[in-house]
Design a protein around this ligand. Structure first.
Ligand SMILES: [Fe+2]
Ligand SMILES: [Fe+2]
Length: 211
């Protein structure tokens, strides 16, 4: 069996070319993994636009409300923007329900995982826990405990999560609220998801003020 040729080049932002030598990862070489790293960085550079595309899918999810999940997401992000929140919170508000399409029973975890490498730790924490805090508004109607959020009462970011839900999430189902367009958030999304992943200066605590 002949081995496929490997194209090696320095990643410049252009689409890499070439293919690895292995069919089992255990047989891969340093050159193979350098090439795959180029492909990975090239693909990751398109993350912001894929997130915007995925948000567009929310236009067709979850009936029963006056507005679509996309409109709800835009309304939450618009409220955050109008409140003067920084770009981390605006983008968090925009994507907080992006998991509704594929992770309907753990959508908070889904959105938080997408954000985690790019945002301050407290933004990740708030999105991760927003489902529990949001359940305060309805869990008791299903026979559940609306006060599950009290488990986190002593956490340093519990107040942030309570405010996130109270000010931007639970109230963003209003068909008469003038929302900003998805396109208007493109630069914000590109700013956040265009950052180097896991940069310590970004993922450290540092954006505690909601507005
Ligand atoms: Fe949610
Ligand atoms: Fe929501």
């Amino acid at each position: 069996m002949t081995e496929p040729a490997i194209a090696r080049r320095t990643w410049t932002g252009d689409m890499p070319t070439g293919i690895v030598s292995f069919t089992s990862m255990a047989d891969g070489t340093a050159d193979d993994y350098a090439l795959l790293d180029e492909y990975e960085r090239f693909y990751a550079a398109g993350l912001a636009d894929r997130i915007l595309d995925t948000l567009g899918h929310l236009a067709g999810s979850l009936g029963g409300y006056h507005i679509t999940r996309l409109e709800h997401s835009l309304q939450a992000a618009t409220r955050a923007r109008l409140d003067g929140a920084d770009v981390n919170w605006v983008v968090a508000a925009l994507v907080h329900d992006i998991g509704d399409e594929l992770a309907p029973y753990n959508h908070s975890d889904f959105a938080a995982s997408i954000l985690q490498p790019y945002v301050p730790a407290e933004v990740h924490w708030v999105v991760l826990h927003h489902g529990v805090f949001q359940s305060y508004y309805y869990a008791h109607f299903h026979g559940g405990d609306r006060n599950q959020r009290e488990r986190y009462r002593d956490h340093q970011w519990a107040g942030l999560c309570e405010d996130f839900c109270a000010n931007w999430d639970q109230n963003s189902f209003d068909p008469d609220f003038p929302i900003h367009t998805l396109e208007s958030f493109r630069d914000d999304v590109r700013e956040v998801f265009g950052r180097p992943a896991w940069a310590p200066e970004m993922t450290a605590v540092g954006s505690e003020r909601l507005r």
